[in-house]
Design a protein. Structure first.
Length: 314
């Protein structure tokens, strides 16, 4: 559009409602996704909040409204708090292991002189595309007393007799942590490789010219530049560490004696495996678990915003 002074100005954009009326048929392609998302995500989410206020044994067609009694029971339920603290231990131990090991591997695989980098990147990423339930089943065999892990440790003299790590109350939770870290290490490795490649090569060369060794270069140059990525990656892995149901259910089933039962398995057991299913009580536990996940999601959003501002000001 040309004005009387010979200057050009952009044509006004049509309003959102006008564009919607004109291109309404395009949104029909979103309908299957919206229906599926509403039926399998939105509805169960809202329904669980309502069920949390019901005394619903599962055999009846409908439950009886009891207010916040389910939540009051949860506060006094030792098995719920056992599952809660198992989830916290899982998170506190597994996330630093996954983030730290992936960073160490990424530094090695990001070096120019490292041979077969593509092969090792693929090797570490392969477990990521494997179903968690399948991984759990396979590792029940590998971690059995007669499995290769136990027999190798006996042969190396690290343990006196064969042990089933997934079926021992003292090691079952940590066995699950080790398997989870192994399975998801590859995706965190990819995150770190992408982060390392944002650092200009000139920065490393300048550090070498100044006489900095590999450790000094990492501590004083590389690590400070990776702090925003560290925040983002840690928060992503933290949220992921709360979603371990398929792996832990097939690996340990929460046992023995509830030693590896995380919140997700507590919810599943209460709702579907109890002699008398307690759908309302399980829904209350699911609501509390959802609130915990929501808090971490908000922390993730805030952390990402801080990281972007940090990277923008760098």
């Amino acid at each position: 559009m040309t004005t009387t002074h010979g200057q050009t100005s952009a044509l006004p954009r049509p309003g959102r409602l006008r564009r919607l009326r004109k291109d309404w048929w395009i949104y029909l392609f979103l309908l299957p996704t919206l229906v599926g998302y509403g039926a399998y995500t939105i509805y169960p989410l809202l329904a669980s909040w309502w069920f949390a206020f019901l005394d619903w044994p599962g055999f009846a067609d409908a439950g009886t409204f009891i207010g916040v009694e389910n939540f009051a029971r949860l506060i006094e339920d030792e098995l719920f708090w056992n599952a809660f603290w198992n989830s916290i231990v899982f998170l506190v131990v597994a996330v630093p292991l996954r983030v730290g090991l992936a960073l160490a591997l990424a530094i090695v695989l990001n070096r120019r002189k490292t041979p077969f980098k593509g092969f090792f990147r693929t090797l570490f990423f392969l477990p990521v595309v494997t179903t968690g339930a399948i991984v759990g089943i396979v590792f029940t065999l590998l971690l059995d007393a007669s499995g290769p892990v136990s027999m190798s440790l006996v042969w190396a003299g690290l343990i006196e007799s064969p042990a089933n790590f997934a079926a021992d109350a003292g090691t079952s939770l940590f066995a699950g942590i080790a398997v989870w870290v192994w399975k998801w290490l590859g995706i965190t490795l990819i995150y770190w490789l992408a982060a390392l490649q944002t650092i200009p090569q000139g920065v490393h060369e300048a550090a070498m010219i100044d006489g900095a060794g590999p450790w000094a270069e990492f501590r004083r140059v590389t690590l400070p530049l990776l702090v925003p990525f560290l925040v983002i990656i840690t928060l992503i892995d933290t949220v992921a560490a709360l979603n371990v149901f398929d792996l832990m259910q097939t690996l340990t089933g929460g046992g023995p004696s509830f030693s590896s039962e995380v919140i997700e398995i507590f919810i599943f057991r209460t709702a579907f495996q109890a002699t008398v299913p307690q759908l309302g009580y399980a829904s209350a536990a699911a609501v509390l678990f959802g609130l915990l996940t929501m808090v971490l999601a908000v922390a993730q959003a805030l952390g990402m915003r801080w990281a972007r501002s940090r990277m923008g000001s760098a």
